[in-house]
Design a protein around this ligand. Structure first.
Ligand code: ADP
Length: 163
């Protein structure tokens, strides 16, 4: 009996990608044969980095992972997942407060398409307080975020925010 390869979609704003996202990717590729990171463009109306910049930073940060594909998508994420033949959506969990919003989203996605299973992955304790907006804020104020993003992303943040 042959087992078909399993693909998962990891959607997000990734404005920019952080080591918290990377930690979730690290875990996801241990479970799935392919992980498609998609920058969901409808969610944020005024991102710091435009779509191409975000995709470029994700590619640079994940090019060591053969199983990772990077793209963007509009519209319903379950429709995108179906198009890609994916079986799952990956979401990262930091702390209990993430759960309320994440459950709403997962519940609605299950109602929209019961075949696509949401998988929650808990991040490493070092990244539980990390999100992209705090990274943007700290960089604007001249703080060092090198422990929380890749060197490439750190450079791009400095170029963008500390001109
Ligand atoms: P953010 O919440 O940082 O703006 P995104 O919209 O890019 O992030 O998030 C995409 C997914 O990654 C969400 O499921 C979010 O909970 C998860 N995520 C974001 N930051 C982290 C982190 N530090 N650890 C684990 N998961 C995270």
């Amino acid at each position: 009996m042959s087992i078909s390869p399993k693909t998962a979609i990891y959607p997000g704003s990734f404005d920019p990608i952080t080591l918290g996202h990377m930690d979730v990717i690290d875990r996801a590729i241990k479970i799935f044969d392919k992980v498609v990171l998609t920058v969901a463009t409808h969610r944020d109306k005024s991102p710091l980095f435009d779509l191409e910049e975000r995709i470029d930073m994700i590619r640079e940060s994940t090019n060591k992972f053969e199983k990772v594909e990077v793209t963007s998508s509009e519209g319903l994420i379950v429709d995108f997942a179906e198009e890609k033949g994916a079986v799952a959506l990956i979401r990262g969990l930091r702390f209990v407060s993430d759960i309320e919003f994440e459950f709403q989203l997962a519940w609605m996605n299950r109602n929209l398409n019961a075949e696509i299973i949401t998988v929650f992955l808990m991040t490493d304790a070092r990244y539980t307080h990390l999100n992209s907006s705090i990274i943007r804020e700290v960089t604007t104020l001249g703080g060092n975020v090198d422990n929380f993003v890749t060197p490439y992303v750190s450079q791009k943040l400095k170029e963008k925010l500390n001109k």
